[in-house]
Design a protein around this ligand. Sequence first.
Ligand code: CO
Length: 231
Amino acid sequence: MPLRHLLSHNKQWAASMERDKPGFFTGLSQQQHPRYMWVGCSDSRVPANQITGLEPGEVFVHRNVANVVVHSDLNALSTIQYAVDMLKVEHVIVCGHYGCGGVHAALENVRIGLADNWIRHIQDVRDMHAQRLLALPKEERLNVLCEINVIHGVLNVAQSTVMQDAWARGQVVTVHGWIYGVHDGVLHDLLMSLHSTDEVLPAYKAAIDAVFDAKENLNSSAAIGLSPAAK
Ligand code: CO
């Protein structure tokens, strides 16, 4: 049986969990109380539980190609609604990752198949910020688009009826934007954490500016350092 190693690994894992925490699975079988919801990329290198050190029962997860959140995606909206309204999670984390294949395809107009229609949303984001994106060195554009795709995901979660209604009734729940380095295993906070409707648009503008400002300042000081006059 080709998948025997997975099933035998599972047996060992279940036994060791039960050994370390007797009653772990019995407790979880009654109900789940996750404090976190994760909206991430399907990429096999970005497993929500492992990179955050969370156990079964601690994070409610939705993943899709390139961690896109759009207003009409009933799959994402349904999971977010269940997490916020029923499970009462305290944090919704939209997490992207550097070097994302879906974002790369969007940036470079690479045809990959059916998903072209899905990542068209990222091309809309790319085109919305085309002026500042094209002003950056070519090698920096992918990671910057990965970051602003997360920021747009946070914006769209925050503007969903789910979050708008939750905040209107005074529920304490924060939406965050993070990005993960598959090359070093480190998570970075994109500093767009939203606790209320009023914060959404100013925080969105500030987060987009912060991403571009960081790169633009870096590039202008590098240009000064390299100019013959500075030597
Ligand atoms: Co990805």
